[in-house]
Design a protein around this ligand. Structure first.
Ligand SMILES: Nc1ncnc2c1ncn2[C@@H]1O[C@H](COP(=O)(O)OP(=O)(O)OP(=O)(O)O)[C@@H](O)[C@H]1O
Length: 283
């Protein structure tokens, strides 16, 4: 038997299999960021993060935790396109990060314009995203419905509670229909009950819109409750030292309070606390 006769028939490849996988929501490869120090160390370069590689898939909810100063905000700023990397490469949906392009940002403080109404704040964001004036009112109503503030368009921002203001900030971040939401300790300044409500709402609405999320927090509880995955960073220099999957049953019917009471939640919480302590010790 000739070699050709005995060879297995060539595998047929369907057209779908030849298509390339879509780019990840975020792809960082060997990212290093340096700042110029001020004060007594003026002139010296501070390496804020060093050689960070990570991938965030479409629609994935990733949480970033780590001791103070380990570079969480810096990494978020790189992904947002505000901070250039001194080394390595960063991409968001396959393109270099650009501020306001495909990403929405939420900070610890809502940072709303106090001289505008709630609707005015959202209309301003919609205008920046190029939405025609005639379509802004309808989209504003849609965004407010998404964050549970239907009917609040005419309110002044200073008439709202801290939690309501943060809901408006989330609506504003969603104005450009971003496929990636970046949140830097968005609920840290809120009381416990409001924080819990907003955690639940954020989880539900990002699942509904299919938005990928990169969420920074200092709270172990919040990280396990929200993340489908938690990245742990250590400092000096800032780097990712652990990548913990969070595999908890989480459908629309799952009550977060019940989830918190499960042994699985407690075990993950324990693992994350231990990893964080080790990361703080490793700095
Ligand atoms: N603009 C800047 N100029 C100089 N150094 C900076 C600047 N921004 C951040 N750094 C330094 O870079 C490092 C990382 O800071 P970053 O704010 O990213 O940390 P973080 O993990 O978000 O901290 P925290 O949890 O306290 O908010 C720190 O050592 C910080 O002092």
């Amino acid at each position: 038997m000739s070699r050709a006769e005995g060879a297995a028939p060539a595998e047929s490849v369907s057209p779908a299999e030849t298509l390339e996988a879509p780019p990840a929501a975020v792809e960082l490869t060997g990212v290093t960021v340096r700042y110029q120090a001020r004060g007594r160390r003026a002139g010296q370069a501070v390496t804020a993060v060093s050689d960070v590689s990570l991938t965030i898939g479409e629609g994935e909810f990733t949480v970033l935790v780590g001791p103070s100063g380990c570079g969480k905000t810096t990494l978020l700023r790189v992904v947002a396109g505000f901070e250039p990397a001194a080394g390595g490469t960063a991409s968001v949906h396959g393109a270099p990060p650009r501020p306001g392009h495909g990403t929405g940002l939420v900070f610890q403080q809502p940072r709303l314009f106090p001289w505008r109404t709630v609707g005015g704040n959202l209309a301003f964001a919609l205008a920046r995203h190029g939405l025609p004036r005639a379509e802004r009112a309808a989209r504003t109503a849609e965004l407010l419905e998404l964050v549970g503030l239907s009917g609040y368009a005419g309110r002044r921002t200073w008439e709202l509670s801290g939690g309501q203001q943060q809901r408006v900030a989330i609506a504003r971040a969603l104005a450009g229909r971003p496929r990636l939401l970046l949140l830097d300790e968005p609920f840290a300044a809120l009381d416990a009950l409001t924080r819990e409500r907003l955690q639940e709402e954020l989880r539900t609405l990002t699942a509904r819109t299919g938005t990928a999320v990169l969420f920074v927090t200092h709270s172990v509880d919040e990280a396990v409750l929200l993340g489908s995955r938690v990245l742990v960073m250590a400092a000096d220099p800032g780097r990712v030292v652990a990548d913990l999957p969070v595999d908890l049953p989480r459908d629309a019917a799952t009550d977060p309070a019940a989830l918190r009471g499960t042994p699985e939640f407690a075990a993950l919480r324990g693992t994350l606390s231990r990893t964080l302590r080790e990361a703080a010790g490793a700095a």
